[in-house]
Every structure is written in structure tokens, then in C-alpha cells.
Design a binder for this molecule. Structure first.
Ligand code: FUL
Length: 457
């Protein structure tokens, strides 16, 4: 078992996954015929003439995303209705037959480049318009469209595949040729991560409510992400059980009680996708979620070893709604206020501790009486290792008390000691006494721990 834990600890991300973690927080843009019909799922028979966002200006999308601190944007180039936001050569059901006749994929990609953020696209395999859907020819059609998007719009950071799959005009469900799609993406955009239910690079977290798991492991059983690269042999209990039941919505995925039954492990972190409003597409009578909800979502996704893909739906003019723009700015300001300037601190690894139970001592250059967050980052390029940890405080008056107890860390764990919207942590005796030292004590790990950084706010 110990040997297997060490192998699990050595499962490593690809460079494209590390780059994606660096993007961290990005915008989803759901835009298309549904924006004009008030639907969430189009039927596929919409008239191209209804798509008419006369005032469209993608720089406004980018500015809104950046005001919240986002570093990328993913556009629905085609949703389930099959309408293409670029003038595809392979269908008439696109912007080329709409009154505005503009290539919105190009405009969005160019706006992202101008604004210094990354660009990616969503291409729905489910297509309710294509006459080929439900036949093998559809996979050719889909690959042709994918190739247009992969080759005509510069660098792509993420290709986002939706798992939805309906029946075609012949009453048959399409069999998607994901192996072929993945090969094309690797060929033309080797730096792009692929979001897909079963991997290879990024998996769905399992909910659209904005929450990572209590323990959100990036190293998961290959039974869950069978399109990801499997990096270990079978676990010691693999022959004695099966993980075939496992799905993204499970509460517990990468923990030892699961991985010990696995046939092999893969590095496939999760993305949290959520809309700023109840719907994915814009509807006049919907309102953005509260600042509190969005800030908490950011903490429980971006701050919990995952990335946050927050949807901002443009309205019929082609603008992100003013109410959403305001909320995004508030969110960006709150994140800056809470995380803009870390407390000046010295982090030192205590000598003579076991390699899987290191202690990191944090001392301060100034008189510190109030601590709201501790951010811990593992050097995941070497693998994800920490199982459990705790944070202990020592005060100038000689008191010692526990502040936080947590599970896995991974790329980034933000430990919330004082949520600005919540009753305060009773263990935090703020103002009365100042902190002499904080200790981040790793209480268990799969192998030697490598910390990339610890910051205190
Ligand atoms: C779902 C789709 O069916 C929704 O319309 C939306 O695009 C969401 C992000 O994924 O599966």
C-alpha cells in the first residue's frame, strides 16, 4: 500500500494543465439564437434572421471579465441548436445568414488578444440542426467544424465539450468519436486543455452550484476519466473490487478509500462551471447572483484545487447586462480588497520533521492581530500529495490554539478563517493579542511534500 501511495503521489500534470491552473478564473459566454428566443436549449430550426445583436462589441465582454479578475474567456461557438457563431463552410445555419453577417468567434478571439486574456471555445457535439446528426457522417461534419475553429483563430487555451447527446432525425443517438476529436485538437492546438466528462485534461466537478469537494483531488481513478493518460498500475485492492459506478457527481472521488480499488490513476483536475444568473443564456427577468454567493463560489472553486468558469451571458444587443457588469466589478474589487496585499511574513520549514509530515512556521514582520485567510500551494508539477493538514496559532502572550483543519491542498487551497459574510471563527481571538507565529502542520501525505508557497491575508 505504501508503495502504491508513493506512485499516486508521483502522478503528474501536463504543461497544458499547469498553464490552465494559472488561468484559474475565466468567463463562459453563452450566446446564440437562444438569446433571442428566451430558451435554454434551442430546437435547431430557428431562423438565422433572428440573430441580430446590432451593437455587439466583444471588447465590452473582455472588460467585464477582467474587472472581476478573470484571465480567459470561452465562447459557445455552437450550442445544441447547431447555429454557428462563425461563418462555417460546412453549414448554412450560421451568422453568415443572419442580418449582422459578422464572425463572432473572430471578434471575440481578437478582443481577448487585445485585452491580454486567453481565448477558448465550446463546441456542442449535440447538434439539433445538422441533417447528419445520428449518422457516422456527422463525425466528419463535426471534425470539419472543429478544424475550422482550431486553425483559424489563433491560440486556443481550452476546448470545451458538452456531454449532452440527443437523438437525430433518424431517431438514433449520435455516437461521438471523441478519440478523433481529441487527436485533432492535439494536432492543431497542443497547448489547449480539453474539458470533457471522461477527460483527458479537465473534468466536470459534478455540479453547477459552484462548489468543489471537501477533498478535491486532481489525481483520480481511471474508471472516472478513462480518456486521460493513466500513469500508474493497478492499486493493491484493484482485484478485490470495482469502481465502475463512479461518476463526477460523487461526493468522494480521489480519496484513498477509492483509489485503493482503482485499475490505475490519472491527473485530471476539475473545473467548476456556473452561471452568474440562473440561466446559461440571457433572459430579461433574471438577476445576477449576490456578491456574497459569487465570492463564496470563487473561494470554494479557485480556492479549492479547481478552476472557476463563470458564465456571463450577453443580451440581445450583444452586451453583458449592466447589472452583471456591476456585480463583476464588485467581485473584482472584493477579491482585490481581501487578497490584494498579503501580510509580510517569513515562511520557514521546521527542521527535523518527517518528509510526509512537515511543519511550516510563519512569522511576521509587523504586529499582526487579524488574519482572514491562509493560502497554501503545493508544487503540483511534482504531483499532489497532502492528505490532511492543520493550522495552529501562537500568540505573543503565550497562548496556542488551533485555527483550521483541512484536507487535500493541491494547486491552491484558500483556508477561510474569517469569511466577510459570515459569523466569525470563534477560535480567532482577533484584536486582543497579536500573533507570534502560525504553523501549517501537514498531518498526512502520500509522499514527500513540496510546498510552492504559503501566504497570509
Ligand atoms: C450543459 C448544457 O446542456 C447547457 O445548456 C450549458 O451549455 C452547460 C454549460 O452545459 O450540459
Amino acid at each position: 500500500m505504501k508503495e502504491f501511495l508513493k506512485t499516486a503521489a508521483a502522478v503528474k500534470p501536463s504543461q497544458r494543465q499547469l498553464d490552465w491552473f494559472d488561468v484559474g478564473f475565466y468567463a463562459f459566454i453563452h450566446f446564440g439564437v437562444n438569446t433571442f428566443t428566451d430558451r435554454e436549449w434551442g430546437l435547431g430550426n430557428e431562423d438565422e434572421g433572428i440573430f441580430n445583436p446590432q451593437k455587439l462589441n466583444c471588447d465590452q465582454w473582455v472588460a467585464a471579465a477582467k474587472s472581476a479578475g478573470m484571465k480567459g474567456l470561452i465562447l459557445t461557438a455552437k450550442h445544441h441548436d447547431g447555429f454557428c457563431l462563425w461563418p462555417s463552410k460546412f453549414t448554412e445555419h450560421s451568422v453568415k445568414n443572419s442580418p449582422i453577417k459578422r464572425d463572432i468567434v473572430r471578434e471575440a478571439a481578437d478582443a481577448c488578444r487585445r485585452g491580454g486574456i486567453k481565448f477558448g471555445f465550446y463546441l456542442s457535439p449535440w447538434d439539433r440542426n445538422s441533417k447528419y446528426y445520428g449518422t457516422e457522417e456527422y463525425n466528419d461534419y463535426f471534425c470539419n467544424q472543429l478544424t475550422e475553429l482550431l486553425t483559424g483563430y489563433g491560440d486556443i487555451f481550452c476546448v470545451w465539450f458538452d456531454g449532452a447527446c440527443g437523438e437525430g432525425p433518424n431517431g438514433k443517438k449520435q455516437v461521438y468519436d471523441f478519440d478523433r476529436y481529441i487527436k485533432l485538437i492535439r494536432q492543431y492546438q497542443p497547448g489547449a486543455v480539453i474539458f470533457n466528462d471522461a477527460g483527458p485534461d479537465v473534468r466536470w466537478v459534478g455540479n453547477e452550484a459552484g462548489k468543489a469537494r471537501y477533498a478535491e483531488w486532481a489525481v483520480v481513478p481511471c474508471e472516472l476519466c478513462f480518456r486521460s493518460q493513466v500513469q500508474t498500475g493497478p492499486a493493491p485492492m484493484a482485484e478485490l473490487g470495482s469502481l465502475e459506478y463512479m461518476y463526477n457527481t460523487d461526493k468522494d472521488i480521489g480519496s484513498v478509500n477509492n483509489i485503493m480499488y482503482s485499475k490505475g490513476l490519472a491527473f485530471t483536475p476539475s473545473e467548476i462551471d456556473m452561471s452568474i444568473r440562473p440561466g446559461w443564456f440571457w433572459h430579461e427577468y433574471e438577476e445576477p447572483h449576490s456578491l456574497e454567493r459569487l465570492f463564496r463560489t470563487w473561494l470554494t472553486s479557485y480556492g479549492a484545487n479547481a478552476c472557476l468558469n463563470l458564465n456571463l451571458p450577453p443580451n440581445r444587443d450583444g452586451f453583458i447586462d449592466e447589472r452583471d457588469v456591476k456585480r463583476l466589478k464588485e467581485l473584482g474589487e472584493l477579491i482585490k480588497k481581501e487578497f490584494g496585499s498579503p501580510i509580510k511574513a517569513n515562511v520557514k520549514k521546521a527542521g527535523d520533521t518527517p518528509v510526509t509530515q512537515p511543519k511550516y512556521e510563519i512569522t511576521f514582520e509587523t504586529d499582526v492581530r487579524d488574519i482572514k485567510y491562509v493560502e497554501i500551494m503545493e508544487d503540483i508539477a511534482k504531483g499532489q500529495r497532502i492528505e490532511t493538514f492543520r493550522i495552529i496559532a501562537d500568540t505573543q502572550s503565550g497562548a496556542q490554539y488551533p485555527l483550521y483543519q483541512g484536507t487535500c491542498v493541491g494547486n491552491r487551497k484558500i483556508c477561510v478563517l474569517k469569511d466577510p459574510f459570515e459569523d466569525q471563527n470563534p477560535l480567532l481571538r482577533d484584536k486582543e493579542d497579536s500573533f507570534k507565529k502560525l504553523t501549517v502542520f501537514v498531518t498526512s501525505a502520500r509522499d514527500e511534500v513540496f510546498i510552492k508557497g504559503i501566504k497570509v491575508y
